[in-house]
Design a protein around this ligand. Structure first.
Ligand SMILES: C[S@@+](CC[C@H](N)C(=O)[O-])C[C@H]1O[C@@H](n2cnc3c(N)ncnc32)[C@H](O)[C@@H]1O
Length: 300
């Protein structure tokens, strides 16, 4: 870096040309390359190990300020880009870590619960505070579906119950459930990163080992470890939630409660119908186009 900054070049491209364009830019002296969505296209829940890309990508390459970038602009192979690159732009240096941290602030969920990044003092030391930083697995409380689940747990959890967080991601719901009074939580996922993140977050939040059982649904002993509980919460997408209906139902004690999130509001009717034989689900909350459904398991 010179002159306290970098030069930035931005190219519009598509997934099939990313590797060639990246390699070529590094050969031309790029120091770093990042990819951004160029068309406001949401990437919903990737499968384990998947790194999906947007169809329209903005590739941003950083170079030292002393370099003349006009040749790169003139010579970039036209088949790899979908529009002419923008002129080079100066990017001033800043404390990147601090800039990133500033995006995450303590968030209040429901009445009693706060999600606090580790670098912030909890605004209310007497609240139920969860220490959680953004990480590899989904679930910091900033997404409306997680926020609705947390508010629902805060409003409805009964002291001493056992709960299952199915699709635990960061483990935020299991940890919140325990801090709100549950006696024991099971946190399961189909992604090993979620298991690692949940164990890590549980430790940071001083959750006792015997209170939280975390494992992959694919583990051979998963079925034996999961026993029916009073509350099952699953924040996944509508498709998997529908496919998982028989599995989730078997995990709820008669009279126990099911909380489902991760569905778009227009998908609520279909999901209510899918669970109708076992649970009368109703839409309890709606936020930014997402709906949370909840209901009690009917007697067998
Ligand atoms: C939207 S995230 C929710 C994370 C967290 N529970 C929350 O509320 O923020 C969904 C999680 O479900 C997991 N998942 C998706 N399909 C699953 C399945 N069939 N079985 C178990 N976990 C699944 C994903 O790996 C992901 O961690």
């Amino acid at each position: 870096m010179t002159d306290a900054g970098w030069q930035e070049l931005r190219f519009n491209t598509t997934p099939n040309h990313i590797d060639s364009l990246e390699d070529w830019l590094f050969e031309q002296g790029a120091l770093a390359v990042t990819l951004e969505d160029n068309a406001d296209e949401p990437l919903l829940e990737p499968g384990p190990g998947e790194t999906p890309l947007w169809q329209n990508i903005k590739l941003v390459a950083l170079f030292e300020t002393g370099l003349d970038l006009s040749q790169i602009l003139a010579e970039v192979p036209s088949q790899w880009v979908t529009a002419s690159a923008e002129e080079a732009k100066f990017v001033p240096d800043q404390d990147w870590e601090r800039a990133w941290m500033a995006d995450f602030e303590p968030l209040q969920m429901g009445n009693r619960l706060w999600i606090c990044p580790s670098w912030c003092e909890p605004p209310d030391p007497n609240a139920v505070n969860i220490n959680l930083d953004p990480g590899l697995a989904f679930g910091t409380g900033t997404h409306p579906t997680t926020a609705m689940c947390l508010a629902e747990l805060d409003a409805s959890i009964k002291h001493g119950i056992n709960l299952i967080d199915y699709g635990c991601g960061s483990g935020i719901l299991a940890i919140a459930g325990l801090k709100l009074g549950a006696a024991k939580a099971f946190a399961v996922d189909n992604d090993p990163q979620a298991v690692t993140a949940t164990l890590d977050n549980a430790q940071r939040n001083a959750i006792a080992e015997e209170q939280l059982d975390v494992f992959l649904v694919s583990q051979t002993d998963a079925k034996a470890r999961l026993r029916p509980v009073e509350l099952v919460v699953a924040n996944i997408l509508a498709g998997p939630l529908e496919a998982l209906a028989p599995t989730l139902i078997d995990l709820i004690k008669p009279g126990g409660r099911l909380i489902l999130a991760g569905l778009l509001s227009e998908q609520a009717v279909g999901l209510i119908a899918a669970y109708k034989p076992w649970v009368t689900l109703t839409a309890v909350q709606e936020k930014e186009g997402w709906t949370l459904l909840a209901g009690e398991k009917l007697p067998e």
